[in-house]
Design a binder for this molecule. Structure first.
Ligand SMILES: *Cc1c(COP(=O)(O)O)cnc(C)c1O
Length: 396
């Protein structure tokens, strides 16, 4: 029997996937409860329970479940007062969802490079943008170049780490901007002892299949602002003002999460801390093994924060290691090992061409050199041994 870092069912012997769900708790029991009681659709006790449980977990007063993480971001932007033709300061190194969500509202992302140490949005560059490129005009902060209003900062916590929240929050206060945090990749991580997401004005999570916990698909908005929470619930449920006469004063969305999926969410959240601990052991094990290989630089944990290492990622220096990340990706694939480069930086995305941005050398370097390695909660020591062995065998 192979040694697992803990929970669940043994993975398939041959193929080593990047990051797959771990279903080993009360999922069946709770889903059965939904089916047995006929509470299968978009209201029900598990929706309420999932919301309350997540609010408590993160340390926020309120939580609103949504159909997915992208929808959560779209609604969070809207309740935080972002309007069409506003601008939102966000991360260049991110999965595309938050940048799309800004565009759904007809608003414009301003893309900020990552800092080189932990790969999160660079607060120094946010500060420089605000200081040099923006001005106060008629009581509003405006971009000098476009004349548009700067409406919010949307930092994205990537790969299980936390962004430098103190600096971001300080800038937000200084310029009177709301912080809408895309914390989807860092659910369970902490910053200075507080759960990631709980420090922002409003934050979003995702329960997509590759996240640390999953509902198959789902999302959540968390906030301490009761008015915003009410508004988020209202907008995600078609903005119905009179349930009898079907009066709608605004254009809402059907972004509800079903009770069946919320039931899975409750079972998964029960396991979250355990999974975070497993992920951290996996990361530690990888780092011990990989730091001996020249040209492979493991991911570092940011100071005063505890990462979940959602996707364990390394940088490959092709000159020292002997091949680049894409070549190694193919070598690993040949051995049935799934790995993945980091996202194309948003400023290079054909879908988001010509957005205003800082210079983004770090984003471009990360795109070339980063490779995420298999790190499912259920991965075994032997499987990691196989990954490390493969990486070592290709070293120069
Ligand atoms: C996964 C993810 C989302 C949301 O994804 P959904 O699939 O819509 O739940 C948003 N932002 C980031 C950074 C993500 O990684």
């Amino acid at each position: 029997m192979s040694t697992r870092f803990e929970p669940g069912t043994p993975a398939d012997a041959g193929f080593i996937p990047l990051c797959v769900p771990e279903i080993c708790g009360n999922e069946w029991k709770y889903v059965k409860e939904c089916l047995d009681t006929n509470w299968v659709s978009s209201v029900g006790p598990f929706v309420d329970r999932f919301e309350q449980m997540t609010a408590d977990y993160v340390g926020c007063r309120r939580a609103v479940a949504t159909v997915n993480g992208t929808a959560a971001i779209q609604v969070a932007l809207r309740v935080a007062g972002v309007h069409s033709n506003d601008e939102v300061i966000t991360s260049d190194v991110t999965f595309i969802a938050p940048v799309n969500a800004i565009r759904y509202l007809g608003a414009w992302p301003i893309l900020i490079d990552a800092e080189p140490d932990y790969w999160q949005i660079d607060p120094q560059k946010v500060s420089e943008f605000l200081e040099r490129q923006c001005e106060q005009k008629n009581g509003q902060l405006r971009n000098r170049k476009t004349g548009r209003r700067i409406a919010a900062i949307l930092p994205v916590d990537i790969l299980g780490h936390s962004v430098d929240m103190d600096t971001i929050l300080e800038l937000a206060r200084q310029y009177d901007l709301p912080v809408i945090e895309d914390a989807t990749e860092s659910l369970g991580a902490t910053y200075k002892g507080q759960k990631v997401g709980g420090l922002s004005d409003i934050a979003c999570f995702s329960y997509n299949g590759n996240k640390i916990i999953t509902t198959g698909g789902g999302g959540m908005i968390v906030t301490n602002n009761d008015v915003w929470a009410e508004k988020a619930k209202y907008l995600t449920t078609q903005a119905k003002d009179d349930p009898l006469e079907y009066v709608h004063n605004e254009i809402g969305y059907n972004f509800r999460l079903t009770n069946v999926l919320a039931a899975i969410g409750v079972a998964q959240t029960e396991k979250l801390d355990e999974y975070v601990a497993v992920k951290r052991r996996i990361a530690q094990y990888y780092t011990e093994q990989l730091s001996k290989i020249p040209g492979i630089q493991p991911m570092h944990e940011p100071p005063s924060s505890e990462s979940t290492f959602w996707l364990y990622t390394v940088l490959i220096d092709p000159n020292t290691y002997g091949m680049d990340s894409r070549a190694l990706f193919r070598k690993l694939a040949d051995l049935g090992i799934q790995s993945r480069p980091l996202w194309q930086p948003m400023h290079q995305s054909p879908a988001h061409a010509d957005l205003q941005r800082t210079a983004c050398p770090v984003a471009e370097q990360l795109h070339c050199d980063a490779l995420s390695l298999p790190c499912s909660v259920g991965i075994t020591e032997e499987q990691i041994g196989k990954v490390v062995g493969a990486i070592r065998s290709h070293a120069r």
